[in-house]
Design a protein around this ligand. Structure first.
Ligand code: KG4
Ligand code: ZN
Length: 344
């Protein structure tokens, strides 16, 4: 019997990404075009430019992904697309495009929640986690601890009350004069920094519960910079500050995740989203999971940040579960809670 094969399309922000996933054979191809150089001069993503570039890139990427997967449209069982959350203009490009392909090819279009894509990304790896598990989702837009019972069965245990972890990385990087997107650049700078020169708060660790707050850290970085800089900080001081900031974020994420493991009793932990690419965070979470007797699962580095593979995989699972809207409506939502279904 033929298995299910799905084309996945991701356009929620500044990456145009396309992939083909097969339920039996796994990931057959993935292609990505990053818009970083397009937005860099502006210090952040310009939504209008992002939408226009998605329009330009999608068709060639789809062709390349199908060729690489040695797949014709007739062999596809569905077209999955990121329906939200994200930049509405960017989403609408992907949604309209995916819906049109699906209509032309006579297969279902499958709306996928961007965060569901992220948290299922470790299923693309050789040693995929079994359900249920605890997930720490750390991206540019979200920071959440999620109790995952199965596909579509999510309970938010805690989340950031203000900035997401990635957002705090990016804003602090900007303060340090690093180019957008600053998270990875800040982490590279921090490697040369000394621990303990700059001490930042560990937000909300002294309070019960599993929520986060990262906006105070960025403010603390700003205060430290203003205090220490009549001119510009020298290279070592900038690195020390980056290190102090990173250590505080990592420790906060690790301790809240430890609490969530104990609270839920799960012995499997999934870490996903762009900030899961952060090496000190990966190291500290791995050590904590070992102490707690839990198995830890990360996506490979390139599938921590936005990609089409996670959308194709999530879409394939949704298709297998029969969670597909019967009508031809186009669905895109800039804001969308992980715990509500796309049809809602
Ligand atoms: O998941 P993602 O690609 O996009 C969203 O869905 O938001 O995450 C992007 C975020 C950005 O804030 C970026 O700075 C951060 O992930 N990021 C990192 C690292 N790599 C990416 N943050 C810290 N350290 C890294 N190595
Ligand atoms: Zn993302």
């Amino acid at each position: 019997m033929r298995t299910m094969r799905v084309l996945g399309i991701e356009t929620s922000c500044d990456e145009t990404a396309v992939a083909v996933y097969d339920a039996a054979a796994g990931l057959l191809s993935h292609r990505l075009h990053s818009q970083v150089s397009l937005h860099q001069a502006f210090g952040g993503v310009v939504p209008e430019l992002a939408s226009r570039d998605h329009v330009k890139r999608l068709l060639p990427l789809v062709r390349q992904a199908l060729d690489e997967a040695d797949t014709t449209p007739k062999q596809l069982d569905g077209v999955a697309y990121t329906a939200g959350p994200g930049l509405i203009g960017a989403l609408l490009v992907g949604v309209g495009f995916a819906r049109s392909l699906a209509y032309a090819w006579g297969v279902p279009a499958i709306p996928v929640h961007h965060l569901e894509g992220h948290l299922l990304a470790p299923l693309l790896e050789a040693d995929p986690p079994a359900f249920p598990f605890l997930a720490l989702l750390v991206s540019g837009g979200h920071t959440q601890l999620v109790d995952v019972a199965g596909i579509g069965r999510y309970r938010i245990l805690g989340e950031s009350l203000d900035d997401a972890a990635g957002e705090a990385f990016d804003k602090t990087a900007k303060l340090l004069g690093l180019p957008y997107p600053g998270g990875a650049a800040l982490s590279r700078l921090a490697q040369r920094g000394r621990e303990g020169v700059y001490e930042f708060p560990r937000p909300m660790l002294d309070r019960p519960g599993l929520d986060f707050s990262f906006s105070g850290l960025k403010t603390a970085a700003l205060v430290a910079l203003r205090r220490d800089t009549p001119g510009a900080l020298d290279g070592q001081a900038r690195a020390d500050l980056a290190r102090g900031f990173e250590v505080a974020v990592v420790e906060t994420l690790v301790e809240k995740t430890r609490r969530a493991l104990r609270h839920t009793g799960h012995d499997r932990l999934v870490v996903a989203g762009g900030v899961a690419a952060n090496r000190p965070l990966r190291g500290a979470l791995t050590a904590m999971a070992a102490q707690e007797g839990a198995h830890i699962h990360f996506p490979r580095l390139e599938f921590c940040t936005d990609n089409g593979a996670m959308i194709a995989l999530a879409g394939c699972h949704r298709l297998q579960a029969g969670d597909i809207a019967a009508d031809l409506g186009v669905r895109a939502r800039a804001r969308w809670a992980l715990t509500t279904e796309p049809q809602a």
